[in-house]
Design a protein around this ligand. Structure first.
Ligand code: ADP
Ligand code: MN
Ligand code: MN
Ligand code: MN
Length: 338
């Protein structure tokens, strides 16, 4: 037995947008399975999850991965928050996704999430001048060169860490606004996709500490003629991925249109600043889908339309959305009877 460190990570109760928290436990290792990892507790009154008089909350390990930043056998442990009696805490959205995913498991839903974010140094986006603005958007997306691209060393360290942790990261790119980036996770099922996205976010912030750069998921970090940050959520069921899948996808569009407002409610705070109808978005109060249309609420990729089966891309979720909630409602709407 050797000592290992386990970083217990959980999601707090801040509103309108919850935040990641973590603390470190020293354990006897190596840990082989989830049940080897003990439950733990913390002060919920310091995380907007309990009052000071009745503050103890429980951390139940839900998923663990290798800690890519420390020694061999060290781990990151993503936890669910429970009340002292073991019941699900109101802020625990993972429990709901677990239930929904179980109920509709025969549909075999897959998700791929494109997480956009913006690096900040002090109070301005990384690489922006002390005064005024950089040259207008146009050359930055997937750009190269020290005059166009800011923070690539952080992006590469993050992608490398995700791979070593066993997170299904599948790509990264520089975005339309300078200092803004994206990584993609998936396609995997639920709740795994959402666990991995939260862990990847945690790693992004943690690695940012090393570079003295912060990352924000705010959906419209700079007002004006600058792109906002989204979390496009790509979705498919088994039936969509097979011959004739396009019919099922069109059926899904009808259901998504019906429940547009309910979806927007859980697609992230301040999303109205981003979903304006400009900058590759559709207006927040409209639902529109289209093939290869980046101004639509939902886009059917060209390859899916050509093949006649595949997946769709929900472009509405903001970068700061909770993937447990977004995945839950997508499964419910598309696989349920609406
Ligand atoms: P975009 O062209 O919108 O920038 P990206 O390449 O950034 O697209 O992201 C596409 C995402 O779609 C990836 O996360 C990928 O894993 C996911 N994806 C691919 N196929 C499927 C599928 N059948 N079901 C769900 N997600 C999928
Ligand atoms: Mn993308
Ligand atoms: Mn993007
Ligand atoms: Mn996209």
């Amino acid at each position: 037995m050797a000592k290992i460190t386990a970083e217990y990570i959980w999601i707090d109760g801040q509103r309108p947008t919850s935040k990641l928290r973590s603390k470190t436990k020293i354990l006897d290792g190596p840990v082989k399975k989830l049940s080897d990892i003990p439950e733990w507790g913390y002060d919920g009154s310091s995380t907007s999850q309990a009052s000071g008089h009745f503050s103890d909350l429980l951390l139940r390990p839900g998923r663990f991965v290798a800690d890519p930043l420390h020694r061999e056998n060290d781990i990151l442990v993503l936890c669910e928050v429970l009340n002292p009696d073991g019941s699900v805490h109101w802020s625990n959205t993972r429990a709901q996704l677990r239930e929904v995913a179980e109920k509709y498991k025969d549909h075999d839903p897959w998700f791929g999430i494109e997480q956009e974010y913006t690096f900040f140094e002090g109070n301005r986006p990384l690489g922006w001048p002390d005064h005024g603005f950089p040259a207008p958007q146009g050359g930055y997306y997937c750009g190269v060169g020290a005059d166009e691209v800011f923070g690539r060393d952080v992006v590469e360290a993050h992608a490398d860490a995700c791979v070593r942790a066993g997170i299904h990261i599948v790509g990264t790119n520089a975005e339309v606004m300078p200092g803004q980036w994206e990584f993609q996770v998936g396609a995997v099922g639920a709740p795994d996709i959402a666990d991995e996205l939260w862990l990847a976010r945690w790693l992004l912030y943690r690695i940012g500490e090393e570079f003295e750069v912060s990352a924000t998921l705010y959906p419209k970090p700079v007002k004006g003629d600058w792109n906002g940050a989204g979390a496009h959520t790509n979705f498919s069921t088994k039936a969509m991925r097979q011959e004739g899948g396009m019919k099922i996808i069109e059926e899904a569009m009808r259901k998504l249109e019906k429940r547009h407002d309910e979806h927007i409610k859980v697609y992230g705070a301040h999303n109205e600043e981003r979903l304006t109808g400009l900058h590759e978005t559709a207006p927040i109060h409209q639902f529109r889908w289209g093939i290869s249309d980046r101004g639509a609420s939902v886009r059917i990729p060209m390859a899916t339309a050509n093949l006649g089966y595949g997946y769709f891309e929900d472009r509405r979720p903001a970068a700061n959305m909770d993937p447990y909630q977004v995945c839950s409602i997508l499964i419910e709407t598309v696989c349920g009877d609406y």
